[in-house]
Structures are given as structure tokens and as C-alpha cells.
Design a protein around this ligand. Structure first.
Ligand SMILES: Cc1cc2nc3c(=O)[nH]c(=O)nc-3n(C[C@H](O)[C@H](O)[C@H](O)COP(=O)(O)OP(=O)(O)OC[C@H]3O[C@@H](n4cnc5c(N)ncnc54)[C@H](O)[C@@H]3O)c2cc1C
Ligand code: FES
Length: 373
């Protein structure tokens, strides 16, 4: 055989051999065997195969820690306190942890790999989080980029939640997307409608879950949901609620308002709802909310356009929602029972509203929010 042919054959054989050795070393080195996860001082315990991130390993056992980004380390939702030694914090965890959390060894469960037995602490309400199946009952276009999706639960009463909480949609692989992902969406339906879950989903260009919802999801399709999660909910105090949303940030408020009205819950609370949009193209549920305002004296609805077009017939407020909020707090809203902030939408809008509220005397500890990022 000529050396011209032998040379490449030897090289190919060598690299195949090296690949085999690397694969074998990887299997031996990364074989952590069985490890035990001990939760809340022995209240729950799982013996599992080591080597995978804590978040996914717990999910495989039916215990769902929140994960708004599906384990990519970009939401900070999957925090757990680890009581045993799992090594120092990773650079990917640090942006989501405050100094107190770092000192308590709070970790992002999607970032820590299970290599040995581990002791963790979890809020007990996570024990009742479930994965359940549903069928898409309707899909309605609210604006050019927001869809209202109604899921009928395959098993009625499969989920019990408090108005304001969110669920995670399990997005199956589709098109170029080869792995299933989960994303968080606030429930816009009322808890008392125990046969359905409704979500408002805004299309993020190039986004995995929202492209699937907007372009692939069809009525009649089966969808898995995981939840409920979150502590965004109405607080039982007499303080007036200053609620601010933009876009699909409407979702948890829709659930809260209709639930409060139907149950006459928190009867001492006045509710001020500020909804900001750029133009009328971005507005939705206007008629429903104006009707709610007529039917329910303690509910006040303020819709504002920041960039109204000259030819738009717009009767409401204009300007940035932060400026409108500032004006109303200063001039129109009674403060005798105190004020609380409730915010939902983009991080930028939320931070700007917190700024306006605190400058007007609302204590930061009385401002609650869900950042959609
Ligand atoms: C507690 C919670 C509740 C939420 N509730 C809702 C809800 O009710 N309705 C809703 O529409 N969304 C909601 N979100 C946001 C939602 O979970 C997803 O992050 C969002 O829909 C984008 O998912 P994706 O898979 O399409 O985009 P990805 O594939 O995750 O992201 C694609 C790209 O877009 C960027 N990106 C991600 N999210 C946004 C965003 N919101 N705006 C602009 N760019 C973004 C990413 O950084 C990335 O570069 C919520 C988020 C949280 C944490
Ligand atoms: S799941 Fe989002 S950071 Fe861990």
C-alpha cells in the first residue's frame, strides 16, 4: 500500500482510538454513581443517578423548581438553598444572587451538577406543583403580537392557584428546535375557572416558545403545563393598589381583578390600573376594562398612549406610563390608607415605575412585581 494512502488511514485510526479513549475517560471520570438528595431535613429524599444538574434531576422525580428560562441560567428563578458543600458559587450564578443569598449558600439549581449527596431546602409549596396535560380550546389575536390562548385542562381541577401566579409551558421540539424547553407565563384566567388556564403570550422575534405559540400551536393540540409558581398576588392590607402593566403584563392583573370583583375579596382596597401602550395598535381589552370600571366603583382604569398617531381617535391619557402614574399619584389618588405597587412587564418599565413610586413615598417593601425576562 502506498504511503500516500497509509498516512491518512493511520491518522484516521489514531483519532478514532483517541475519541474512544476520551469517551471512556469521560464515562469513568463523570460517573458519579448514585447520589442522595435530601430535602428539608429528610421530609423528602431521592436516590438518583449523579452527573446532571439538580433542576432537571428533581423535575425527573416529579419535583418542579421554577425555571422561567428552562435551565439556561438566564432567569434566576431556580434558586434553592444548599446546606451541604457543592463547591463555590459559579460566575453564571452571581448576577442573580444578593450578598445575603450568597452567604446563605443559595444556588441556581440549573447550574449545579449533582456529584455527591446533597442537602437542600425548598419552600414546601413546591411539593404541590404538578405537570398536567391540556388541550388548546381557543387562540385569539389580541394585537398584532399578543395572543390569548385558552387551554382546557384534561383533568378538571388539575391546578389550584392564586390570582397572579404563573405556570410553565412545556414547548416540544419543533422545526430547528431539537430540545424541549419550558417558559413562564402568568395565568390570566381566574382560579375559580378550575377547568381552564388562559395565557397572554407576546411574540418575541426569534424566541423559541413564543414562535411556537404564535406560528405552530393549533386549536385541539395537547400541551403540557407545569405549575403553579410565584408569589405575585394581592396583599391583604387596606392600602390602595397601584397596578401598572404594558403588553402581556396585563395577564396576572386580568386574573386578579375579575377574581376580586366576583368574590368581593379585599373589600377595603381601591384599585388603580395603569396600562401603557405606544399606539392603539398595542391596546387590547379596552372595552372590557372600561365596562369593569363602570360596574365596580373601587376599580379605576387609566389607559395611556405614549406615541399616539395624529389620526388616532384616542380619548384617554397620553404620555409615558411613568409620567401618567406620577401625575395621578400626585393629583388624584387618595393616600389615607397607604399605597402598594404591583408591576408586571419588561424589566425597564418595572424599574422606572419603582423609581416613580418610591419618589412619591411608596415604601420599596410594598412594591411587588413579576419581571417578564
Ligand atoms: C414570572 C414570569 C412570568 C411571565 N409571564 C409572561 C406572560 O404572561 N406573557 C408573556 O408574553 N411573557 C411572559 N414572560 C416571559 C416568558 O417567560 C418568556 O421569557 C418570553 O415569552 C420569551 O420566550 P421565548 O422562548 O420566545 O424567547 P427566548 O428563546 O427565551 O429568547 C429569545 C431572545 O429574546 C430575548 N427575550 C426573552 N424574553 C424577552 C422579552 N420578554 N422581551 C424581549 N426580549 C426577550 C432573550 O434574551 C433572547 O435573546 C414571563 C416571564 C416570567 C419570568
Ligand atoms: S432556570 Fe433560569 S436560571 Fe436556572
Amino acid at each position: 500500500m502506498s504511503p500516500i494512502i497509509v498516512g491518512p488511514l493511520v491518522a484516521a485510526g489514531l483519532s478514532a482510538f483517541l475519541a474512544l479513549v476520551i469517551a471512556l475517560i469521560d464515562r469513568v471520570v463523570n460517573d458519579y454513581g448514585e447520589v442522595t438528595i435530601d430535602i428539608n431535613g429528610g421530609k423528602r429524599s431521592y436516590t438518583v443517578r449523579g452527573g446532571s444538574p439538580l433542576l432537571g434531576t428533581l423535575a425527573a422525580e416529579g419535583l418542579f423548581v421554577p425555571s422561567a428560562c428552562g435551565g439556561r441560567g438566564s432567569c434566576g428563578a431556580c434558586k434553592v438553598r444548599v446546606l451541604s458543600d457543592v463547591g463555590p458559587h459559579l460566575p453564571t450564578e452571581m448576577p442573580y444572587l444578593n450578598p445575603e443569598e450568597v452567604s446563605q449558600n443559595v444556588r441556581l439549581s440549573c447550574q449545579i451538577k449533582l456529584k455527591k449527596n446533597i442537602d437542600i431546602e425548598l419552600p414546601e409549596e413546591l411539593f404541590s406543583v404538578k405537570k398536567f396535560s391540556s388541550t388548546v380550546e381557543s387562540i385569539r389575536e389580541l394585537t398584532y403580537d399578543i395572543k390569548e390562548v385558552l387551554f382546557k385542562l384534561d383533568e378538571p381541577k388539575a391546578i389550584e392557584f392564586v390570582a397572579g401566579q404563573y405556570i410553565q409551558i412545556v414547548v416540544p421540539p419543533y422545526g430547528e428546535i431539537k430540545e424541549s424547553v419550558q417558559r413562564a407565563y402568568s395565568m390570566s384566567s381566574r382560579p375559580r375557572d378550575d377547568g381552564h388556564v388562559e395565557l397572554l403570550v407576546r411574540l418575541v422575534p426569534g424566541g423559541i416558545a413564543t414562535t411556537w405559540v404564535h406560528k405552530y400551536l393549533k386549536v385541539g393540540q395537547k400541551v403540557e403545563l407545569v405549575g403553579p409558581f410565584g408569589d405575585f398576588q394581592v396583599h391583604d392590607t387596606p392600602a390602595a393598589m397601584l397596578c401598572v402593566a404594558g403588553g402581556s403584563g396585563m395577564a396576572p392583573f386580568k386574573s386578579m381583578f375579575y377574581e376580586m370583583k366576583e368574590n368581593n375579596s379585599f373589600p377595603d382596597k381601591e384599585i388603580w390600573y395603569f396600562f401603557g401602550a405606544r399606539t392603539t395598535r398595542d391596546m387590547f381589552y379596552l372595552d372590557e376594562l372600561r365596562q369593569l370600571e363602570k360596574d365596580w366603583p373601587r376599580f379605576h382604569f387609566v389607559a395611556a398612549l405614549s406615541e399616539p398617531k395624529a389620526d388616532e381617535a384616542w380619548q384617554g391619557d397620553t404620555g409615558l406610563i411613568t409620567d401618567v402614574l406620577d401625575k395621578y399619584i400626585k393629583e388624584k389618588i387618595g393616600k389615607d390608607k397607604g399605597l402598594e405597587g404591583y408591576l408586571c412587564g419588561s424589566p425597564g418599565m418595572i424599574n422606572a415605575c419603582i423609581n416613580v413610586m418610591t419618589k412619591n413615598g411608596v415604601a420599596e417593601r410594598d412594591i411587588y412585581f413579576d419581571k417578564f425576562a
